[in-house]
Write a protein that binds this ligand. Structure first.
Ligand code: PLP
Length: 367
C-alpha cells in the first residue's frame, strides 16, 4: 500500500525524546521555550510564538482570547477541515461558511463580503493545501469592516507567499504540528500574533488562565500564589512534543526540497493530461502539505487507485454539508469543487518508484 501521508521520523527525534524522558521533566518547560524561540528565528519575525498541544487548540485559543461568543459570527471557507469550524463553535460563535474561488481554492472574498452582518467579528482564511494566494484581499476586507483575522495556516508551515514565509506578518496566524503536517511535534500547534495583548492572553489561557505561569515554567518554577481572571484551558505543549518539533524544524529544508520535488513531478506529468487539472497555486513558493488535483470522474479514479493499493483522499467534505454546520443556503462553487478534488500521495518518504506507480495508475485509468 502506498500511503497518502505520514510522519517522517529519524533517529534524531527518537534520541531527543529519550533525552527529555531521562530528565524526567515532561511537561511544559525549557524545550517548549526553545522550540518557540527557534520557530521565531526560522520565520525571522517579530510576531511572538506560543506553542500549544494541537492546531485546533491554537485556533480555539485565538478566537477565545478575542472574546468571541454566542451571537458573534466568523467567516470561514466551507472547504476546510472540520477543525476550523469546531474551533469557532467551541467559543459559542457561529461559523459562517463561505465559497472558495474555483481556481485558487482560497476564500472567495466577494462571497465573504456578501455574508458580513452586524454580528460579524472575524475572518478565518484557510491556507488550503499550503496556498494562501489572495490573502491581501482578506486583510483589506477586514480593515474595511473592522474585523479580526485568524489565519488557519495549519497546512502552511514553511510556505511562502509573495516571497515571505507565512507567519512573518498578519493579525493572528495558527499552525498545526500534527503527525502528518509539514513538521510535527507528535501533536501540536502554535499561535503567532503581532498583537502583544493577544500573545499575553494566549500564553495564560493555554495554562488554565494562570497569570504569567509561562514565565514561571520557563524559569523551571511553579506558580503557587497566582491570580486567574479569564477562562483558560489545558492546551500547553509538553517538553516531549517540543523536543520532536525542534528536530523536525532542523530538517525543514530537507522536507521542503522533497515535497516540492514530488509536486514538480506531478505537475510535469499532469500538464499533458487533459482529464486532470491543478489548482492555481504558486508551487515554487509553497511547501505542499497535500497534493490536490481536480479529476474527471473523480470517484472512478479514486476506486481505481485504491484497487491498486494506492491511498488517496478527498480534502474535504464541505462543512456546510455536515449536520452540525448545515446552512440555509447552497455554496455551488464549493460543492462543484468537492465533486472533483482528489489528494494524491505526498510525503517525505515517498520514493520515486512509488510516485511513478501513482502516476502510471492515474494515466492507466484515463487511457
Ligand atoms: C490539521 C488542520 C487543523 C487542525 O490541526 P490539529 O493539529 O490536527 O488540531 C486545522 N485546520 C486545517 C486546515 C488543518 O489541516
Amino acid at each position: 500500500m502506498i500511503r497518502l501521508s505520514k510522519s517522517s521520523i529519524s533517529d534524531f527525534e527518537k534520541e531527543a525524546v529519550l533525552q527529555v524522558l531521562d530528565k524526567e521533566y515532561l511537561g511544559m518547560g525549557e524545550e517548549v521555550q526553545r522550540f518557540e524561540t527557534q520557530i521565531q528565528a526560522y520565520l525571522q519575525t517579530d510576531m511572538e510564538v506560543v506553542c500549544v498541544n494541537t492546531g485546533t487548540a491554537a485556533l480555539h485559543l485565538a478566537l477565545s482570547v478575542l472574546g468571541f461568543g454566542a451571537g458573534d459570527e466568523v467567516l470561514v471557507p466551507s472547504l476546510t477541515y472540520v477543525a476550523s469550524f469546531q474551533a469557532i463553535s467551541a467559543t459559542g460563535a457561529t461559523p459562517v461558511p463561505c465559497e472558495v474561488r474555483p481556481d485558487t481554492l482560497f476564500l472567495d472574498v466577494k462571497d465573504a463580503r456578501a455574508r458580513i452582518t452586524e454580528n460579524t467579528k472575524a475572518i478565518m482564511p484557510v491556507h488550503y493545501a499550503s496556498s494562501s494566494k489572495g490573502m491581501e484581499a482578506v486583510y483589506e476586507l477586514a480593515q474595511e469592516f473592522g474585523l479580526r483575522v485568524v489565519e488557519d495556516a495549519a497546512q502552511a508551515f514553511g510556505s511562502r507567499r509573495d516571497g515571505e514565509l507565512v507567519g512573518t506578518k498578519g493579525d493572528i496566524v495558527c499552525f498545526s504540528f500534527d503527525g502528518i503536517k509539514n513538521i510535527t511535534s507528535g501533536e501540536g500547534g502554535a499561535v503567532l500574533s503581532s498583537d502583544p495583548a493577544v500573545v499575553r492572553r494566549v500564553q495564560d489561557a493555554r495554562l488554565l488562565g494562570v497569570e504569567k505561569d509561562t514565565d514561571q515554567r520557563y524559569a523551571g518554577r511553579r506558580s503557587w500564589d497566582f491570580d486567574v481572571r479569564e477562562q483558560g484551558f489545558r492546551y500547553h505543549m509538553s517538553n516531549i512534543m517540543a523536543a520532536i518539533g525542534i528536530v523536525q524544524l532542523g530538517r525543514i529544508e530537507q522536507f521542503k526540497k522533497k515535497r516540492q520535488q514530488i509536486a514538480s513531478r506531478y505537475i510535469a506529468v499532469f500538464a499533458n493530461c487533459e482529464e486532470v487539472t491543478l489548482p492555481d497555486f504558486d508551487f515554487e513558493q509553497i511547501l505542499p502539505h497535500i497534493f490536490v488535483i481536480r479529476a474527471k470522474d473523480r470517484d472512478g479514479l479514486r476506486e481505481h487507485l485504491l484497487a491498486n493499493n494506492i491511498e488517496c483522499g478527498v480534502h474535504y467534505k464541505p462543512n456546510h454539508l455536515l449536520t452540525k454546520y448545515k446552512t440555509g443556503y447552497d455554496l455551488p462553487v464549493t460543492e462543484d469543487v468537492y465533486e472533483s478534488i482528489l489528494t494524491l500521495p505526498c510525503h517525505v518518504d515517498l520514493t520515486t518508484e512509488e510516485q511513478d506507480r501513482v502516476i502510471q495508475t492515474v494515466k492507466g485509468f484515463y487511457a
